[in-house]
Design a protein around this ligand. Structure first.
Ligand code: HEM
Length: 237
C-alpha cells in the first residue's frame, strides 16, 4: 500500500497533470437524451473503423510490394501464406466498406436533422472533407490489388480527375506519375493510401471532434417539435 502511494506521488511530481480534469473533459460531458438513439451517434463508427484500418493496414504494409510486377502476388501471399493474413485483409476490407457506408449515413443524418446549420458550418465543412478523403482512401486502396478491375478503376478515376476544370491535366499527371498507368502510378497510390490520406483524415477527425465539443451536439429539432405539438394538443401553456 505504502509502495502504491509512493508510486502515485512520484507520478504526480514527475507528470504534474490534472488527470481528473482531463478525464472530466474527455468523458464527463452530459449528453442530451436524444444522443441515446443510435442514428444520432453514428459519427463514432467511422472513427472506430478508421482506427482498425490503420492497425490492419500497418500490419499488411510489412508484406505488400507496390510494384506492378509484384503487387498482385504480394496480395495473394498475404491472403494465402502469411499467418492470419486472410483475416487482416478481410478486416481491412470490411472496415473500409463500413467506413464509407457509416460516414455517408452519418452525413445523411446530419443533413436530415438540420444539424449542419449555423453555428455548425465548420463541422459540416470538415465533415465534407472527411467524406471526400474516405472515398479517396477507398479508391486508392482498391487500386493497390492491381487486378483487372482495379487497373480499370485507376484508368477511370484518373480519367475523371483529368476532366477537372483548369487543374485537370496537372491532377491526372500527378496521379499517374506520367502519361499512363505504370510503376510510378502504383507507388503514388500506395503513398497516398498508406501515408498522406490517413494522416489528413487523422488531423481532420481531430478538428471535427474539437469543433463538435466546442459547440456541443445540436438540439433534436424534430423531437422538440413533436414534444411541442403533443404539449399543445394536451393544452399545455
Ligand atoms: C471520418 C468521418 C467522420 C467522423 C469520424 C465523424 C465524427 C463525428 C462525431 C463523433 C460526431 C458527434 C455526433 C455523432 O456521433 O453523430 C459528429 C457530428 C457531426 N458531424 Fe461528423 N464525422 C465524420 C464525417 C462527417 C461528414 C461526412 C459530415 C457531413 C458532411 C459530418 C458532419 C457533422 C456535423 C455537422 C456534426 C454535428 C452534428 C450535431 O451536432 O448533431 N461529419 N461527427
Amino acid at each position: 500500500m505504502e509502495d502504491v502511494k509512493k508510486t502515485e506521488a512520484w507520478i504526480d511530481e514527475s507528470l504534474p497533470v490534472d488527470w481528473g480534469k482531463i478525464k472530466e473533459e474527455a468523458v464527463g460531458e452530459i449528453l442530451p437524451h436524444h444522443m441515446k438513439l443510435w442514428w444520432y451517434c453514428l459519427g463514432g463508427v467511422p472513427a472506430i473503423m478508421f482506427l482498425m484500418l490503420v492497425i490492419s493496414g500497418i500490419m499488411m504494409a510489412f508484406y505488400y510490394v507496390p510494384y506492378p510486377s509484384e503487387a498482385y502476388e504480394s496480395v495473394a501471399r498475404i491472403t494465402n501464406d502469411i499467418p492470419f493474413g486472410w483475416w487482416l485483409r478481410s478486416i481491412h476490407r470490411w472496415c473500409a466498406e463500413l467506413m464509407v457506408v457509416t460516414v455517408s449515413l452519418h452525413a445523411i443524418r446530419v443533413f436530415a436533422t438540420g444539424a449542419y446549420r449555423h453555428p455548425r458550418e465548420f463541422c459540416w465543412i470538415s465533415g465534407s472533407v472527411l467524406l471526400l478523403l474516405t472515398l479517396g482512401a477507398g479508391f486508392t486502396g482498391y487500386s493497390l490489388c492491381y487486378t483487372q478491375t482495379s487497373y480499370w478503376a485507376m484508368t477511370i478515376g484518373t480519367g475523371i480527375a483529368g476532366k477537372t476544370p483548369i487543374i485537370g491535366d496537372f491532377l491526372s499527371r500527378f496521379m499517374l506519375g506520367g502519361d499512363s498507368i505504370g510503376e510510378a502510378t502504383l507507388n503514388r497510390f500506395f503513398i497516398l493510401h498508406a501515408a498522406i490520406i490517413p494522416s489528413i483524415i487523422f488531423l481532420m477527425i481531430f478538428v471535427h471532434i474539437v469543433l463538435i465539443r466546442l459547440h456541443g451536439v445540436a438540439e433534436h429539432i424534430v423531437g422538440m417539435q413533436r414534444e411541442l405539438i403533443k404539449g399543445l394538443s394536451r393544452g399545455d401553456e
